[in-house]
Each structure stands twice: as C-alpha cells, then as structure tokens.
Unconditional design. Structure first.
Length: 863
C-alpha cells in the first residue's frame, strides 16, 4: 500500500537534511584537513634548512594525503552520479554543492602549487649553494694540482740536469773515486730506466735528450774502457728508444749513436750486446718508415762507416743468446733493404736464419719475432739478387705437400703440422708483398698451392684457418696478371672464399672479400662493359651475393664494408638488382664512397656505379629526374659563408659531378644527356667555368662535362653550342692543373668531332664561327705551343686540324707547325690518337693549300 504524500514529503525532507549535514561534515572535515596541511607545510618550511631528508619524507606523506583526498573526491563523484539517476532535484542540489567543493579544491590546489614552488625554489637555492661550494673546492684542488705538477716538473728538470752533469763527469781520480762515480752514474741510469721502461709518450724522452743525458751516454759507450760499461748503461739506452716517436728518434740519430752502439756489440756481457743490437733495431725500424720499401735504407752508409754490418754479423755468429741472434739477423735484413748482400756467406746464413724465424715457436714473443722477420725478408726481397737467394731456399713442391697434409694425430702433431703450414705461407706471403713477380705467380699456380689453399678454405674448420692463410691467397691475387687470375678462376675459388666471409676474424673475412674483388675485376675485362659480368652464375651457385650482403650488414670494418658494396656493383654489371632493400642500401653506400678520402675506393665506387647503370632500372634508381633537379640546384649554389661552409658546398658539388660522371661515362644515352641539360646542369657548369676562381674548379667539375661530350653525339653537341660552351671551356685552358686543362681541350675536341662527323667532309666545319668568335683558335694554338703535357698537345693539334676542315690555315706559322706535327701522330702508339690524327689530316687536305703541305713528304692519308 502506497504511503501518503505527507509521509513521503517528510521522508524526503529528512533525507535531504541528513545528506546536507553529511556534506557539511565532510566539508568541515576537508577544511580541518586543509588546516592540518597548512600547518604541516609551515612546519616543513621551518625544518627544511635543518634536515632535507625529513622534508622529503613529509613531502611524500603530503602526496599520499593528496591521493587520499583525490580518491575521496572520486568517491563523492560516484555517489553524485548514482543519486542523479534517482532524483533530478537532488542532482541539482548536489551540483551546486559540488561546484562549491570544486572552488574549494581549486583554492587548495592553488595553495599546494604555491607551496610546492616555494619548496622547489628553496631546494634550488640549496643545490646552487652546494654546487658553488663544490666548484670552489674544485678550483682550489686544481690550483693545488697545477702547483704540484709545476713543482714536480721543475724538480724533474733539475734532476735530469743533475743526471746529465753526473754522466758528463770524466772517470778520473783514485780507484775509489772512480768506483764512486760509476756507482752514481749507474744509479742515475737505473732511475732513468725505471722511469721510461713503460712510458706511453716521449715528452720525458725529449727532456732527457735536451738535458744532454743521451749525448753523455753516447760519449761513455764510445770512449770508456768497454769492461767498465755495465748493463745499466746499455739498458737505459734501449728503454729510452722503446716506443719513442719519430721526432725523438730523429734527435737521437742526429747525435750519431751508431759508433758507440756498434762498439758495444763486442762487449763480453751478452746482455749489453743484446741491448745494443735492440737499440740499433729500434733506430733502423723508425727510419725505415721514412722512405719507400723499394728504396735502400737511409742509414746504410752511417752504419758501414764503422764496419757495422761485419760487427753485427760477428755478434750473430757469437755463441750468445737467441735474442741477440734474432735481432742481429733482422737488423741485417733492414740494413740491406733493396740492396744486394754481396758477401755470399752473409747472404746465405742470414736468409736461411730469417726464414727459420718465420716458424719460430720457442720464443714467448713468437708473433713479435715473426713479424720482424717477415718485414726483414720483404726488405731483402726488394733487391733481385737477394730475392733469388730467398727463392733458392723455397721448395714450392714441399710447401704444396705440407698444405696437403691432414690435421690429424696427437695434439702436438697437429700443432706441428699447422705451424709448418703457417711458416710456409708466411714465407710465400712475404715474397708476394710489395713486388710484382709473374714468374713466381706462375710457379705457385703450377705447383697446385692455390688448389690446396682453396681446399682448406672449403673444408677445414674455420677456427683453424688463420690470417696467414687468407693473407697469402690475397697476396697471390693482388699483383698477379689477368692471365694468372684467369688460372685462379679456373680453380673454382668462389666456394672457399665465400665460406671465409663467415669467419669470426674480421681480418680473414676482409682478405676474402678483397680476393673476390681481385678475381672479379679481372673477369670484368673478359667481356664488354655493357654486358653482364661473366662470373655472376658461378657466384650465385655459392649463394655469394647473400653472403656478401651479410658481411656488409655486419659492419665489421669500413675496409670490408667498402669492398662488399663495390663487389656487388661489379657482380650486377648490366643486371638489375631486384631486391629493393639491397638496391637501396648498396646504391646509397656507393654514392657515399664517391666522396671517400681514399682515391682507390673513390675510383672503384665510380666503376661500380658505372657498371650498375648499364641496366636501365638500376640507372633510374641511381639517377632519376628528381636527382637531376637537385644536382642542378646544388651546382647553382654560390660559394659563400665561412671557410668551412665553402668547403662543404664545394664537396657537395664535386660529389654530384662524380655521380653524374659515374652514370654517364661510356654510356650512349642521348635522352639522359638531354635530361641533364634540361635540368640546368650544363648552365650551372658553364657559370662555374666562367665566373669562379680557377683554383676552386677541381677535376670533377670538368670531367662531368667531358662525359656529356663523349661518346660523340651530334644533337648533344648542337645543344652545347646553343649554350655557348666554348668561351667557358677555353677559360679553363689557363688552369694550373694539367688534368683540368686536358679534360677541357678534350671536351672541346669532342664537340668538334661530333659536329664534323655528322656533316659533309668537303664543307667547312659547322662550329668554326662559334670557336673563332670566342678566340678559340688562337687560344688552342697557344696551348699547343706552351704545354709540356704531350697528350694535351696532341689533342690541341687534332682540334685545330678538324676546325680548319676544307679551309686554309692562313696563319703560315700555325700551318707549318700543326700539319707536320699531325703527320707524326699517324704512328702514335695510342690507337684513338692515331685515328683522330688521320681524320684531322683528312679534314685539312680538303683545302689545296693545306694538302700541299701534307703531301710535301709524299704522305697519303687513307680512310
């Protein structure tokens, strides 16, 4: 039964009053909490300067209280939403209350924010004070350190000066006085040795030199009774020369160290003699790097003045330590770099001993000895007589048998087999480095050494294949002829070499990829550059492309990464790279290499892009319409800004020119050249040639113009004539760089040839007026007379011969110089020059005056 209205209204009023009281209580509670928070904040401010950690704890507590409040507020909102569904009037009422609460909340938040800001400001102030204090402390400490270092430096200089004075004292007086002086000097030497034995720089060494210590030491070892020179003197010398820079070594050499050091080789104490020969090695090694490996060592005469070679050889023969014998043999190898050892006994013994050092396993410093021995043998091999002596001790058949031997037996037996193979390969590798020897390459191929190395690469556990194996194979491919490389290719090298790309030693993988490239570059010459590479299928049988890409992506070294990209370019000559990722990665990387600091890398990257561009789809990816527009824009950029900014602009422009050159070189593509011209690139180049300082016009700027003119194309030549290119090209003939001048005159000649070939032989040249009006005829004749570059002179004469087609050379001086010179070019060894010279003479003989000069020696020009 329903309640009566009065009861219902009463209940509603009661409910409303009750809720209102609840809200009021909650608001009062909130106000109370707010007051508590304020008090807490005030307390925090008071305690903050005393204890920062307590403030942080209170701050966390405050944060937790705020979260509680927020949770309560959310709960209130939920209650409001629930009540809203039941009664609309109550919702309106609650809404008003809620707005009141929101106002209070905003005020509270505002107060909290202000308090937080004050706290942050206070924290910042404390931290700033702390940092300032620390900085002051650091400055004070640095000042103390600087002062201490300064004092130490002064003390060291004083000490070095004192040591220098001690060593300068003459050995005189009573025996007791002499003994005391020697003891003082030995103590000084010991102190120097301890100081410099593990030095990482030579600042101290140079100070020692300047203090006169080395000069006084040299005087002692050159003049004192040799029996009174103890090891402390000799050890000081070797410790000072170990790890010294070229600057320090030069100063030491200028003090003439060899007389004293060579004298010590005769010392009865083997340690003293060993120190001396080691010091001699240090000096020889430092100065070996100052000249080419193919030149004699610069210290040969200095050593021979004191009979140094014979004394070193005597030490070698002496029954001393292995250490001194090793260094003696190696020193002789260094001294006789690119110089014949005329004494047959010395030659035979030293070569055999150094050869044995390549397989030395008794010394703890085996690698160190092997590397020095390898270098010594390589130096000796720069002389043909020494090289023959080395070859006499090599039996390629025995090496081949050693390589065939399986790695089996006990661990010691396996180790012995591997060491013998390493020794054989080190010897071979040493002889193959730095010097071309086709006969040796042929002998290696015929002895089946290559086949056995490839068998090892294909079948042996990769961990047992060392750098010596891979480096030897690389050296075989490095300086061999195309004929030898063809023999290597016939041995099916790719399976083994591609397997080495997965080797954990990045140097082995690097040797493998450059060996692959050496074979690829030889194979690329077997067919036309417009045809696919003949090795493509044999490479793909080994999954070679994917393995190269895998090595490329490992990014083990720039060396291997560069050569991986270049190899891909050669492999995909005139063949589309269908893998989009590979295409983008390789093309982008090859473009980057066009700006490489290494000229060899830069040229090979150009070759790779040229080969790739023989395929139209590759070409459109490398160089599209947008790229051409960008190049045109870049070339129009003026050279402004700081010196660094100017360099960057020139570098970018050179890169663009090299990229264009790579794609256009030898490519018969009229449309692409038309696109280049339409993109404003030729206009930009002509502006550069005309207005820029010649010193800022480098080889790439003119070489790109050359590839626009060659192969000959009459429509392209017409477009270039319309652009009035002759005046700007003629200006480049004044350039200081012969290559720029040569490229400019060849470009002019190409335009002239293109115009001549497509028009009647009996008519005047179509571009004669354009060249003459630009002063080109006089300019080219002047270049012909003044240049010392034979190629430039040849092309200049040919250009004049072609431009005067069917027209008399009225300048008699020019006529009597150019025509006889062109006649001499008919026998030129360069086929292209020979053909062009004949054509130029054909052009000239269309005029009777010219013809009379041509036929003055009964010369008949054939087609």
């Amino acid at each position: 039964m329903d309640s009566n209205p009065e009861e219902q209204t009463g209940r509603n009023l009661f409910s409303e009053v009750g809720f209102s009281q609840t809200v009021t209580v909650q608001i009062n509670t909130l106000r109370t909490e707010n007051e508590e928070l304020r008090r807490e904040k005030i307390e925090v401010e008071l305690r903050f300067n005393k204890q920062i950690s307590i403030l942080e704890a209170n701050y966390r507590q405050e944060k937790e209280l705020r979260e509680i409040f927020e949770n309560k507020f959310k709960l209130l909102e939920e209650i409001e939403n629930k009540e809203k569904k039941e009664k609309m009037e109550l919702i309106i009422h609650l809404k008003k209350k809620s707005e009141t609460i929101n106002v209070l909340t905003e005020k509270m938040n505002e107060i909290e924010l202000q308090l937080t800001q004050k706290e942050n400001e206070r924290i910042d102030a404390v931290l700033n004070l702390k940092y300032e204090h620390e900085e002051k402390q650091e400055i004070v400490e640095q000042g103390k350190n600087d002062e201490e270092n300064y004092r130490k430096e002064i003390q060291e200089k004083r000490l070095l000066k004192q040591i220098g004075e001690d060593l300068k004292k003459e050995l005189e007086g009573t025996d007791e006085q002499k003994k005391e002086l020697i003891e003082n000097q030995e103590n000084d030497c010991e102190l120097l040795s301890r100081t410099f034995v593990e030095q990482e720089d030579d600042v101290g060494t140079i100070q020692v030199i300047k203090s006169g210590i080395i000069e006084n030491l040299l005087f002692i070892i050159s003049n004192r009774n040799i029996n009174l020179i103890t090891r402390k003197y000799s050890k000081t010398f070797i410790d000072l020369t170990n790890n010294s820079s070229d600057e320090a070594m030069l100063i030491i050499y200028n003090l003439k160290p060899y007389p004293g050091l060579i004298r010590l080789l005769e010392h009865q104490d083997d340690y003293v003699a060993s120190d001396s020969i080691s010091t001699i090695y240090n000096i020889l090694d430092a100065f070996a790097k100052t000249t080419s490996d193919t030149e004699p060592h610069p210290h040969y005469e200095s050593i021979q003045q004191f009979d140094g070679v014979n004394k070193i050889f005597a030490l070698f023969h002496k029954n001393g330590s292995k250490y001194s014998r090793d260094n003696s043999a190696i020193c002789i190898g260094y001294i006789f770099r690119a110089r014949e050892i005329t004494d047959p006994n010395i030659k035979h013994e030293i070569i055999n001993y150094i050869k044995c050092l390549l397989s030395d396993s008794d010394d703890d410093d085996n690698d160190w000895v092997q590397k020095r021995a390898q270098t010594a043998l390589r130096y000796l091999a720069q002389n043909d007589s020494n090289r023959s002596g080395i070859l006499n001790v090599i039996d390629l058949k025995n090496i081949n048998q050693d390589l065939k031997q399986q790695i089996e037996g006990t661990k010691q037996q396996q180790k012995s087999i591997l060491q013998q193979q390493e020794s054989d390969l080190l010897l071979l590798s040493t002889l193959l480095q730095k010097k071309y020897d086709n006969e040796l390459h042929q002998r290696i191929i015929s002895s089946e050494i290559v086949e056995n190395l490839l068998f090892i690469f294909s079948n042996r556990d990769l961990k047992s294949i060392t750098r010596t194996h891979s480096q030897t194979f690389f050296n075989i491919t490095k300086k061999s002829t195309d004929e030898v490389k063809l023999l290597i290719y016939n041995s099916k090298p790719y399976p083994g070499l591609f397997r080495l790309l997965e080797h954990q030693d990045y140097l082995v993988a690097s040797d493998a990829i450059i060996s692959i490239f050496n074979i690829l570059i030889s194979g690329s010459k077997m067919t036309q550059y417009t045809e696919p590479h003949p090795h493509y299928e044999s490479i793909q049988q080994c999954d070679g492309v994917n393995k190269i890409i895998s090595l490329f992506q490992k990014n083990l070294s720039k060396y291997s990464r560069d050569r991986c990209a270049i190899c891909i370019g050669f492999i995909f000559r005139a063949r589309e790279i269908t893998n989009l990722f590979m295409k983008q990665e390789i093309f982008t990387y090859l473009k980057i290499l066009l700006s490489d600091s290494d000229d060899w890398i830069k040229e090979r990257a150009k070759d790779s892009l040229e080969y790739l561009a023989q395929n139209d789809k590759n070409r459109s990816e490398i160089l599209n319409e947008n790229e051409l527009k960008k190049i045109g824009y870049d070339l129009r950029q003026s050279i402004d800004g700081t010196e660094e900014e100017k360099k960057e602009i020139i570098k970018k422009q050179e890169f663009n020119c090299i990229l264009l050159y790579s794609v256009l070189y030898r490519r018969e593509d009229y449309q692409l050249r038309r696109d280049v011209i339409d993109a404003g690139i030729v206009d930009a180049l002509i502006h550069i040639y005309t207005s820029r300082d010649l010193n800022n016009i480098s080889k790439p700027y003119i070489e790109v113009f050359f590839v626009l003119t060659h192969p000959y194309c009459f429509p392209v030549s017409q477009l270039l004539i319309e652009k009035k290119s002759f005046p700007s090209l003629l200006r480049l003939l004044d350039h200081q760089d012969d290559i720029v001048v040569g490229s400019a005159i060849v470009s002019i000649n190409n335009i002239l040839c293109a115009g001549a070939i497509e028009t009647e032989l009996v008519s005047n040249h179509p571009y004669q007026k354009e060249l003459a009006s630009a002063g080109g005829i006089e300019k080219i004749f002047s270049l012909f007379k003044q240049t010392t570059n034979q190629f430039t002179q040849k092309i200049s004469s040919i250009s004049l011969g072609i431009i005067f087609r069917a027209q008399e050379i009225k300048d008699s001086s020019m006529r009597m110089e150019i025509i006889p010179y062109l006649k001499t070019l008919i026998d030129c060894v360069q086929e292209d020059v020979r053909k062009l010279a004949k054509y130029a003479l054909q052009c000239l003989e269309q005029n009777q005056v010219n013809k009379a000069v041509i036929e003055s020696n009964s010369l008949v020009i054939t087609e």
